[in-house]
Structures are given as structure tokens and as C-alpha cells.
Design a protein around this ligand. Structure first.
Ligand SMILES: N=c1c2ncn([C@@H]3O[C@H](COP(=O)(O)OP(=O)(O)OP(=O)(O)O)[C@@H](O)[C@H]3O)c2ncn1[C@@H]1O[C@H](COP(=O)(O)O)[C@@H](O)[C@H]1O
Length: 103
């Protein structure tokens, strides 16, 4: 099935694409290894308060993009919301299964 959003600005294509689960593995690895230069490690170091603010910010930006911009922009903001959700999970020591068990 074709993408519902076409080709969003900044979208990954082909082999570069990653799934939610693949991103979670990547981010967890960066955190465990404290990969130098990683924005993920820097954000996690700032703690739950910072992550919570970013989650709310990206949720608001998703809403605004959906209501006032385009589907492409909404997709971009949604991808960032997923990223920050994963950082909150990692910060709390939650696995994907811990979250999926509530779906
Ligand atoms: N998918 C993401 C991702 N989505 C969002 N973000 C971060 O979330 C911020 C949100 O962007 P905004 O445009 O809303 O904000 P901004 O104004 O640009 O920046 P701020 O002032 O809000 O910090 C981005 O600047 C990134 O810091 C991400 N950072 C990293 N990734 C992926 O995470 C992986 C690890 O990244 P590193 O830890 O940086 O190596 C890589 O595969 C990246 O592609």
C-alpha cells in the first residue's frame, strides 16, 4: 500500500527507513553505550522533566500541523512525537512489551 503522506520534507527513503522497533533498539544502544555526540544521550541526561516538556511540545506541534498545515507536516511532527515517546520509555526503563501490553 502506498504511503498516505507521499514524501514528507526530510523523510527517509528506501534503505534508510527504520521502524518503531528498530529505532527503539538504536536509541537504547546509544544510551547504554553513552555514544559521544548523541542528542539522545544528551536529552536522556536531562531527565524526565525535560522529556515530558518535549513530549507535550511535539504533541502540540502535531495538533497544529494537522489542523493548520499539511498531512506531510503532521507526519513529520508525529515522527518526532514517537521519538520523544521512546526517550521517555528508555528513561523510565520500560520495554516495548511493557507498553504494548496496554494496547
Ligand atoms: N528520529 C529522531 C528525532 N526526532 C526528533 N528528534 C529531536 O527532536 C528535535 C525536535 O525538533 P523540532 O524541530 O521540534 O525542534 P527544534 O526547534 O529543531 O529543536 P529544539 O529547539 O526543540 O531542540 C530535533 O531537533 C531532534 O533533536 C530526533 N532526534 C533523533 N532522531 C533519530 O534518533 C537516532 C539517534 O540520534 P542521535 O542520538 O542524535 O544520534 C537517529 O536515527 C535519528 O534519526
Amino acid at each position: 500500500m502506498p504511503s498516505v503522506v507521499g514524501s514528507p520534507r526530510g523523510a527517509r527513503t528506501g534503505r534508510e527507513r527504520k521502524t518503531f522497533d528498530e529505532l527503539f533498539v538504536e536509541l537504547g544502544g546509544k544510551w547504554r553505550e553513552r555514544t559521544p555526540g548523541s542528542g539522545t544521550v544528551a536529552a536522556l541526561d536531562l531527565g524526565v522533566h525535560h522529556l515530558g516538556k518535549k513530549l507535550v511540545e511535539e504533541a502540540a506541534e502535531t495538533w497544529m500541523a494537522a489542523e493548520h498545515e499539511s498531512r506531510e507536516r503532521a507526519a513529520e511532527e508525529l515522527s518526532q512525537l514517537l521519538y520523544w515517546s521512546q526517550l521517555m520509555m528508555i528513561s523510565l526503563g520500560l520495554s516495548l512489551d511493557d507498553v504494548y501490553s496496554h494496547l
